[in-house]
Design a protein around this ligand. Structure first.
Ligand SMILES: [Zn+2]
Length: 266
């Protein structure tokens, strides 16, 4: 393994728990390798449901889910989250310019070579996820442009080397469909199907075998979402010991073959 002490990884997501399911193993892996790993979470997840059997109140859900997120970051061994504090479910109507400017500032401060976020599919079309995807795409471009946001010039422009989407392969969704009879998430009373990516579109697989316990611990932190007694279903979920990504933007060239490290060529 090469040296990661001079490397920085930034993940940007919408809700507490988005970081753990799709790419928790990868975040834990790079933290373990000595890379600085930061997470931005746009909301405190107060619009979420509360799983059966979990003692939590709707009124206090923002505080509860923030605590769950902090628990997950600790379990993954990454820095405490940078919370943007927007209202869950309303990211499409927040001031987009302000949200993008906050991300530009964070990118210039943290100077990540690699950024992870949602693809345009938002995993299952969640409008908060899609809003975050758009902010990140724009913020990466503006962060590198010295003519943007010149006021308060504490931050030097920064060029992110690679942007990755956390994605679901199509065959995972087929399996989910077979196992549970429905690969979708209910939103506003409507089932939103998970969006799959073809195997040949997936550029990168990160082996997280050694980080499965950390990923499992992080997922269990999100008790209001996964429930108190999760042992069976979670173990099953975690059989996959590799996490898939799509390299969406690169200033360091395209992979010749399937990548196994987000920092290849960086
Ligand atoms: Zn989410």
């Amino acid at each position: 393994m090469k040296e990661y002490a001079d490397k920085s990884l930034l993940a940007v997501f919408a809700h507490p728990d988005d970081e753990s399911f799709g790419c928790g193993g990868t975040l834990a892996k790079y933290a373990e390798l000595g890379c600085r790993v930061h997470l931005v979470t746009a909301t405190r997840g107060e619009a979420g449901e509360i799983a059966e059997g979990v003692r939590a109140s709707k009124a206090g859900l923002a505080e509860t889910r923030e605590a769950e997120l902090r628990c997950a970051c600790a379990a993954l061994g990454i820095a405490p989250p940078h919370l943007l504090g927007y209202i869950d479910g309303q990211l499409t109507i927040v001031h987009q310019g302000q949200a993008v400017a906050r991300l530009v500032r964070l990118i210039r401060e943290l100077r990540p070579q690699v950024v992870l976020s949602f693809g345009p599919d938002g995993v299952y079309g969640h409008y908060d996820h899609i809003a975050v995807h758009r902010w990140v795409t724009i913020a990466i471009k503006l962060a590198a442009d010295s003519s943007c946001f010149p006021d308060g010039n504490v931050c030097q422009p920064h060029q992110v080397s690679k942007l990755y989407y956390t994605v679901l392969p199509e065959d995972y969704i087929d399996e989910m469909d077979k196992a549970d009879g429905g690969a979708f998430v209910m939103m506003d009373g409507v089932p939103f199907p998970f969006v799959g990516w073809k195997r040949e579109q997936i550029t990168t697989w990160v082996d997280i075998t050694a980080q499965l316990p950390a990923k499992l611990a992080a997922i269990r932190c999100h008790a209001t979402q996964v429930g108190a007694d999760t042992s069976d279903s979670l173990e099953e979920l975690l059989e996959a010991a590799r996490e898939p990504f799509v390299l969406a933007q690169s200033s360091v060239g395209e992979p010749g073959e399937i990548e196994t490290d987000l920092f290849e060529r960086v």
